[in-house]
Design a protein around this ligand. Structure first.
Ligand code: GLU
Length: 418
């Protein structure tokens, strides 16, 4: 679940999109890419493995010029982190799409599309969306209709941004289970998975609701509820001004940060689950591309953590045993790492840490890996690029944001809902 940025403007959008990607860096990513419609009517794309800086370097060599574009940072769920799997994905040289989330029925759709002659060049679920859109566009010759028809065929949690070279002044977005917000500028409009990506260009936002589809030009925004009903009243999707004072570094009306952060718990929990659920089911792939195989073999869980995270682990143990019906043990990392451990068959090693750099927890993970008997490791963590996340097989990122209060209040929340 990573980042989307889109823009339709009367100026060059490359640097707006790039800055947006930089602002989403805190969420972690494995690759990044951008597609822009040129003045000459071409669809140009640049992608790079690794950091946004790598994409920036490529754009330095071959800049993208144009007034409509989409960009993405990817956190792979389907297919390895490679340049070929990086977004935007295209069908031919006319249409490009960026996607956050998971398309659950992609295998069925892929077989159908391959049968119709569409050739796939990536391992992602996203490429199915690109070809589906191309097929529907061929039938209707209208991008909005193509998106409406395609989205109706998709099962899963996703947010999309779509452009087509035959409609060079249009940017379309769709939201279903994964966040998407519109940024309102002066004669320009933007799209992002997180408003933070757009604070450089606007502080006016329209928050899309589940099932919303949006068609934007530089001058106009049309929102379709459940993809169909055009919303005519601005009361239904009002423009809201973002108050900079609400950000993480300010206490707002709270007496201290600890209190503020406790009150943020419900919002953080909702943000963490967003894009990871389809109805009342958890999208297992959101833990990583190996998650389905690994989870199906789990017979028990060993949780290891320190401090507040350890206490969250104690709660998680009750929940896991009650809901999943498998044994769970929890141990303080500084004990675990120094004792001889007997590893039972089919044990998943789970670590919890706010920073992902907690020394004892990290050492415990390395010790567990050196023992060799664990099925695999899962890190529940707030910092995507941290050592714990990089060195674990699977990860679940919390959306706690920066925590100023000394006692951690949010990073281990997802374990409560596991
Ligand atoms: N499922 C898509 C992929 O693996 C999108 C992942 C994301 O949200 O970044 O490419």
């Amino acid at each position: 679940m990573c980042g989307i940025v889109g823009a339709v403007a009367s100026r060059n959008v490359q640097n707006i999109l790039l800055e947006g990607l930089h602002r989403l860096e805190y969420r972690g990513y494995d690759s990044a890419g951008m597609a822009v419609l040129s003045e000459e009517g071409r669809l140009n794309r640049v992608r790079a493995l690794g950091k946004v800086g790598a994409l920036e370097a490529r754009l330095g060599d071959s800049p993208l010029k144009g007034r409509v574009g989409i960009a993405h940072t990817r956190w792979a769920t389907h297919g390895a982190p490679t340049e070929a799997n990086a977004h935007p994905h295209q069908s031919g040289d006319s249409l490009a799409v960026v996607h956050n989330g998971i398309i659950e029925n992609y295998e069925t759709l892929k077989r159908e599309l391959q049968g119709q002659g569409y050739v796939f060049t990536s391992e992602t679920d996203t490429e199915v969306v690109a070809h589906l859109l191309a097929r529907e566009y061929t039938l209707s010759q209208d991008l909005l209709t193509a998106v409406q028809k395609s989205v109706a065929l998709l099962d899963g949690a996703f947010a999309l941004g779509v452009i087509h070279r035959a409609q060079p002044d249009v940017l379309i977005g769709a939201r279903q289970g994964s966040p998407l917000v519109i940024g309102v500028g002066i004669d320009e409009h933007f799209l992002a998975s997180d408003q933070l990506a757009l604070l450089q260009v606007t502080d006016r936002f329209i928050y899309l609701k589940e099932g919303d589809l949006v068609r934007m030009t530089a001058e106009q925004v049309e929102i379709f509820e459940q993809g169909e009903r055009l919303i005519t009243s601005t009361n239904e999707r009002p423009i809201q001004i973002f108050e900079h004072a609400q950000d993480a570094a300010s206490k707002g009306d709270y007496r201290h940060f600890m209190l503020k952060e406790i009150h943020e718990q419900s919002r953080v929990l909702a943000a963490t689950l967003e894009g990871r659920l389809n109805g009342d089911r958890v999208l297992v792939r959101s833990f990583g591309s190996e998650a389905e195989t690994l989870f199906s073999q789990v017979k028990q869980v060993q949780i290891v953590a320190c401090g507040t995270s350890y206490h969250a682990g104690m709660v998680a143990r009750y929940w896991i045993e009650r809901l999943a019906g498998i044994p769970a043990a929890v141990e303080v990392a500084s004990e675990f790492r120094y004792r001889p451990v007997v590893v039972a068959d089919g044990t998943l090693f789970v670590t919890l840490s706010q920073s992902g750099e907690t020394a004892d927890t990290l050492s415990a993970l390395r010790y567990a890996q050196s023992l060799g008997g664990f099925l695999g490791s899962l890190a529940i963590c707030n910092v995507p690029g941290s050592s714990l996340v990089r060195e674990s097989d699977l990860s679940l990122m919390t959306m706690a944001g920066p925590e100023i209060g000394v006692a951690s209040t949010k990073p281990s929340l997802p374990s409560w809902s596991a």
